[in-house]
Design a protein around this ligand. Structure first.
Ligand SMILES: *Cc1c(COP(=O)(O)O)cnc(C)c1O
Length: 381
């Protein structure tokens, strides 16, 4: 017996908690098992897998030959930082449309790198106004790049990226979309939206494990950015050149996360692609919403802004409601929900994404009813 290695249990006999969060999410058994390998980063097999993953990713974005995909080590934020610091020239200027925490995070990134930036800030319960975008571009010709979040995971609001993209195209500016929490579950036509850079990550709607972000980039725009990078490790252009050249990463790749991701991509195709996956998430959302409303909870966003990725609910207006306790009692029952992230309202969030089906959602809804009873909270008459 070697050093007690036999105690390593990879068969997972216990059931993990159901994650009603925006990611990392529950993944399938085959996706987890795809990681039980040792592959060298310069191995031909691995290089072929990376190539396959990259071409499948481009296929998901309805982008065809005009786009390429670049895998970047690190979580989603590393991908956002890679784009923001790699493609804006020294004399460039960025406009960020902000209506939540992830838009604010982009601003933090560019401030650290001292990239000249203006923002158009909108309250978290409304989408940025397209006319205000047009006026800002008209009045400030120095703006070269525009950035926005598609699904602001802060609230679950869906921003109209196609409408903004048409305006950005009119002014011939470069357009970034953080589609981290929506890509793979909302169809995104890269051409119709005029997207130059779309950013997402391995552990959201594709249902892989954490480990990397990926960027879908319009080749024509990306080609012009050689030498723009302000960091070494997040240099998007060099990363792309490496992957296009000998197919290798410049630095240690997240091999296991990529193996899992390829399996997750195959499962996405088997499920019926982006539309079918979006359909499953939408059903999860609808079951959640109707059961929560029946129990007396109120969603934060008005219905025209709500998406099917994640929903924010107000804390119930009940004197003894304690979110911490609510959360812990649900966790004991095997369900993890998500705290809120709003600046001005007390909310919690329930995600609809990941390897969760109607039965899991109904399980959470029954658990919430039981927990409210246990907390002696009655919200409806
Ligand atoms: C998850 C997410 C990110 C990235 O978060 P990481 O924790 O760095 O993976 C960025 N933007 C949005 C909209 C997200 O939902």
């Amino acid at each position: 017996m070697i050093l007690g290695l036999d105690v390593l249990d990879t068969s997972s006999t216990h059931k993990d908690k159901a994650l009603f969060t925006p990611g990392p999410l529950n993944t399938s058994g085959p996706t987890k098992r795809a990681m039980l390998r040792d592959l060298g980063s310069r191995d031909d097999e691995f290089i072929r897998i990376v190539k396959d993953v990259r071409s499948r990713l481009v296929g998901l974005g309805d982008g065809h030959e005009e786009y390429t995909s670049i895998i970047m080590q690190g979580s989603g934020t590393f991908g956002v930082e890679a784009v923001l610091t790699s493609v804006i020239p020294q004399d460039g200027k960025l406009l960020i449309l902000i209506n939540g925490a992830y838009g604010e995070r982009m601003l933090k990134i560019v401030n650290i790198h001292r990239i000249p930036t203006v923002v158009l800030r909108t309250p978290e319960d409304t989408v940025p106004d397209a006319e205000a975008l047009r006026e800002t571009l008209q009045s400030d010709p120095a703006i070269t790049h525009v950035a926005v979040v598609h699904c602001e995971t802060t609230t679950g609001i869906i921003n109209p990226i196609e409408e903004y993209g048409k305006i950005v195209r009119e002014f011939k500016r470069v357009y970034f979309v953080d589609a981290m929490s929506s890509f793979g579950a909302y169809p995104i036509d890269l051409n119709a939206c005029n997207i130059d850079y779309l950013i997402s990550s391995s552990n959201k709607c594709i249902e892989g494990v954490p480990g990397f972000s990926f960027i879908l980039a319009k080749i024509e725009t990306l080609k012009k950015t050689e030498g723009y990078a302000r960091t070494l490790s997040l240099d998007l252009y060099s990363q792309w050149k490496g992957l296009e050249g000998d197919g290798q990463f410049r630095f240690t790749p997240p091999i296991h996360a990529i193996l899992a991701f390829r399996q997750a991509l195959l499962e996405l195709e088997k499920e019926g692609g982006v539309t079918a996956r979006g359909g499953r998430y939408k059903r999860n959302y609808e079951i959640t919403l109707s059961a929560m409303e029946a129990m007396g909870f109120k969603p934060y966003l008005s219905s025209d802004y709500r998406g099917y990725i994640i929903t924010s609910f107000y804390y119930p207006a009940h004197p003894i409601f304690d979110f911490r306790r609510f959360y812990e009692l649900l966790s004991e029952k095997g369900f993890l929900i998500y705290p809120g992230k709003l600046s001005h309202a007390d909310c919690f969030r329930i995600g609809h994404v990941g390897r969760l089906h109607s039965a899991d959602v109904k399980g959470l809804m029954s658990a919430i009813a039981v927990v409210l009873k246990k907390m002696k909270i009655k919200l409806t008459e």
